[in-house]
Design a protein around this ligand. Structure first.
Ligand code: ARG
Ligand code: ZN
Length: 848
């Protein structure tokens, strides 16, 4: 098919590149880039293709002599030099091009953000900078000279020369072009250092715009913690003398792991108690860690081709999740990660965009930076760690680094390392990488003469292009509890490999209560007919913190599903919440996680799975109704939790005070249904940190109130775009569905909305997409508004437009009227003249 890239078409590049030397003469409208490539044919002379897009070619020279026009062909996708024009052996190829960073609104390649130059090359942005084989398996050493009058000029590796109007950088480590970076601007550094285990001192800098320096300390400390953790947990040291991080305001994604020069969305660097929430702090630390960890899992060992993206992303997410667990959150981290996985990845896996962690075809690779590649990719690595055990996992990773350092690898290489380290056959396990869809695991139990039997059955529904789903290898961690809550059989990992399989436990005095899928040992949907009483028992007694939370979550979800269909709340659930609230042995953070009800989208998904057409208004009413019921029933305990978890003194982002604030806000959310927002207003007025300010504001907005507070907030923070993103988000996400479309429209149409900036766009439209009943308004106004904005953004920034279109991925869940409106909106996008490849691929799949 035209324009489709297939995994099965992979061929090695016919040339080696010994080194590339780049010279940039920076100018906003006409930057000149001269590239000199030292090349050698691998296997005899072949046609030489260099990728290139939107480049104005100024000249091509071979071994110093200009190349005749008939020796090459220039197309919209690149430059090809005929084999007949090339010498037998090594040669030097030089090109010169002109580009216009100031006109680059797609934020891919070299572009400008608030007067500074920066780059984003992953996945295929380098081809917008110069002609080059822009593919990850072509690795070489980069030498870069930047000519500009701007004060700070940065690139990868080590500084090797500097003078009036120029700087030169040399990166000793061969790398693919997607890890190239350049930054030039008026920047200020917050600096520190780190001494590696072997005693080398590494200079660290966080570069930001003048004025932002006072918000960098946390990012710097996070980087130091990450460097230490990677030495301790994986034995990985940093390999240059310098590590730079730059914050930029216009960025399509979160951050980028360019060698020695990470570039970050400024919202993932800048933090102060007044401007950042506890969640922001946690994310900043996690993303700093993530990008730093890529230095080994991504940079030293990279991907052969973009189909292997989860090789670096799944592993690096698994590593950053482990880091946050170890240094910050403990067991709570798993709870947060699983909640996120379900909300994003299970949703993706259940709809028209479902794809395996390693896809086998794409039109636009930027459309595959997904929850499946990242978060499910991380789950698959986690299952390997579970199957091999901690020691076996470390042994496999040591072998991975030893065997593949400096290479561009595949999932096959990765699995082989685990097979060789453990002696196991992981052929069936590999299906996790190559097949889409979330397995459903149903369980039944039997008890007879002291023998307890669990029988599992796995079924995976068909996904686009995959009608048949062979059984997967599923590690199922199980423990058994006695009726008094004692653990009678500690956690063991049952390995399921068949469609239906039984496991027995013998010598039991009485029928136990099973705790299944502890720690969420596999990314599956567990289906089990149990009584609310048994779930309440597990919520009270399970020794596995994840499953303890899960039991409460199941109760809440089942209660909400029943309420959305007209039932009244289950007494067992109401009772269990009271007991949990009173459990002083549980941390405030854990109690907060237990108090938070499943979101409306999650309830809709659960209903759809049971073949009930979800009604967004009924779901919202059920959720708010349950909040009110819980508040009435446990008012005194909630007031106690609210007042008792105030954190006096100066703000600290540490887990313990953050957990208290989380409990305080979770209790307040329930209480606000009773007190007309009285406490939320009071908290807003006295809050001294952003966590409580925005938390209180959100609760007011959710009740259709808070006008005075919204005005005050805008007056205080109007000049701080990152903080105003929160102001837009809470309104878009939490405004009652009757007014959400109008609220979003009013903000969008006010002159202050800088929609071309991805953070601004996401704050408003992304917030709105998360307003379940507002976005899915029955008259289709939500869909129409959203489509208008995607159509408007697409010509400027296709990548972000395409990414945001996933708001529509659940449209087939809803009733016929809503489906008609959603389909019309999608068809209107599809029919737009000149639609980007990015968005047209997405809309095609969404309609598909
Ligand atoms: N590799 C980056 C990360 O995960 C993400 C960059 C993705 N960028 C893109 N335009 N697709 O840390
Ligand atoms: Zn990554």
């Amino acid at each position: 098919m035209d324009g489709v890239t297939l995994l099965s078409d992979y061929k090695p590049y016919p040339y080696e590149i010994e080194k590339i030397s780049l010279v940039f003469q920076l100018a906003p409208e006409a930057t000149k880039v001269r590239a000199t490539l030292a090349m050698t044919p691998r296997d005899g002379v072949a046609d030489l293709h260099l990728d290139g897009e939107d480049l104005k070619l100024l000249g091509v020279a071979l071994n110093g002599a200009p190349l005749a026009a008939e020796a090459y062909t220039l197309t919209t996708t690149g430059l090809t030099i005929a084999a007949s024009a090339l010498p037998e052996g090594a040669f030097e190829l030089q090109t010169e091009v002109e580009i216009a960073p100031a006109k680059n609104t797609a934020l891919e390649g070299l572009y400008m953000s608030n007067g500074m130059y920066c780059t984003q090359c992953e996945a295929e942005g380098f081809r917008k900078i110069t002609f080059y084989p822009d593919r990850p398996d072509v690795m070489t050493r980069f030498h870069v000279r930047i000519e500009s009058d701007l004060p700070v000029l940065l690139s990868n590796g080590n500084p090797v020369g500097q003078g009036a109007g120029f700087a030169e950088w040399d990166d000793p480590w061969p790398k693919p072009a997607y890890l190239f970076a350049l930054v030039a601007g008026d920047l200020r550094a917050t600096s520190g250092s780190f001494t590696t285990a072997s005693g080398r001192k590494v200079d660290l800098n966080i570069w930001v715009r003048p004025g932002d320096e006072d918000r960098c300390d946390f990012a710097l400390a996070s980087l130091q913690r990450s460097m230490k953790w990677d030495e301790e947990a994986y034995g990985r040291e940093y390999d240059l003398d310098l590590f730079n991080i730059v914050a930029v305001d216009d960025f399509n994604m979160g951050a980028m792991e360019n060698k020695g020069l990470n570039i970050f969305n400024s919202k993932l660097v800048l933090a102060s108690p007044e401007t950042a929430t506890d969640t922001d702090y946690e994310r900043i630390e996690a993303v700093i860690a993530h990008e730093y960890f890529h230095n080994w899992t991504g940079n030293r060992i990279t991907c052969r081709d973009w189909f292997q993206l989860c090789l670096k992303e799944g592993l690096t997410v698994y590593r950053d999740q482990s880091f946050t667990r170890d240094v910050r959150l403990g067991a709570l981290k798993r709870i947060d990660d699983v909640a996120m996985l379900r909300a994003r990845q299970f949703r993706e896996d259940a709809g028209p965009l479902a794809h395996p962690p390693r896809p086998s075809s794409y039109r636009e690779i930027n459309n595959f930076y997904t929850a499946t590649v990242y978060e499910k990719g991380a789950e698959v690595v986690g299952m390997l760690a579970t199957l091999l055990g901690a020691e076996g996992y470390r042994k496999a990773l040591d072998l991975y680094f030893e065997r593949h350092d400096g290479q561009a690898c595949t999932i096959e290489d990765w699995i082989k390392v685990f097979e060789d380290a453990s002696g196991r056959d992981l052929g069936q396990f590999k299906l996790w990488y190559t097949q889409a869809g979330t397995p459903h695991l149903s369980v039944s139990e039997q008890f007879e003469n002291g023998t307890y039997t669990l029988t599992f059955e796995q079924v995976t529904a068909p996904t686009p292009g995959e009608p048949e789903k062979p059984p997967r290898h599923i590690p199922t961690a199980v423990g058994l509890l006695g009726q008094n809550g004692d653990e009678v059989v500690p956690t063991q990992v049952l390995e399921m490999t068949k469609g239906r399989q039984s496991f027995t436990f013998t010598g039991l005095a009485a029928k136990p209560v099973p705790s299944i899928l502890r720690g969420f040992s596999a990314p599956v949907v567990l289906e089990r007919d149990t009584t609310p009483a048994e779930q309440a028992f597990l919520l009270a007694h399970d020794t596995d913190p994840f499953n303890r939370w899960e039991a409460g979550r199941n109760l809440a979800r089942d209660t909400l599903m029943a309420m959305a269909q007209g039932a009244t709340p289950a007494p067992d659930y109401l009772e269990a919440v009271g007991q949990m609230l009173a459990d002083d042995a549980a941390t405030p953070g854990f109690r907060a996680a237990c108090l938070r009800l499943p979101g409306e989208d999650e309830i809709a998904a659960a209903l759809a799975k049971k073949d009930v057409v979800p009604d967004p208004d009924a779901i919202r009413a059920a959720r708010r109704g349950l909040m009110a019921t819980l508040a009435q029933r446990h008012e005194a305990a909630l007031v106690g939790a609210y007042e008792g978890s105030a954190v006096p003194g100066p703000y600290s982002p540490d887990a313990a005070p953050a957990g208290k604030r989380a409990l305080r806000l979770a209790a307040l959310a329930l209480l606000s249904t009773l007190d007309q927002g009285r406490r939320a207003s009071a908290l807003y007025a006295e809050a001294t940190n952003m966590t409580e300010s925005i938390g209180a504001l959100g609760l007011l907005v959710a009740q259709g109130a808070g006008q005075a507070e919204l005005t005050a907030f805008a007056a205080r923070w109007g000049a701080d775009p990152l903080v105003m993103d929160k102001w837009r988000s809470v309104q878009a996400m939490l405004s009652p569905p009757e007014t959400a479309v109008e609220v979003v429209t009013a903000i969008a149409e006010s002159g202050a909305f800088e929609w071309k900036n991805p953070n601004r766009f996401r704050s408003l439209l992304g917030g709105f997409a998360a307003n379940h009943a507002g976005f899915h308004r029955a008259d289709g106004a939500g869909y129409a508004l959203f489509a208008d904005w995607l159509i408007k953004l697409d010509p400027l920034n296709p990548q972000t437009a395409a990414r945001m279109s996933t708001a529509f991925e659940t449209w087939r869940r809803y009733d016929a009227t809503r489906q008609t409106h959603a389909k019309a909106a999608l068809e209107r996008i599809a029919g737009t003249q000149g639609l980007s490849r990015d968005l047209s691929e997405m809309v095609g799949r969404l309609l598909g």
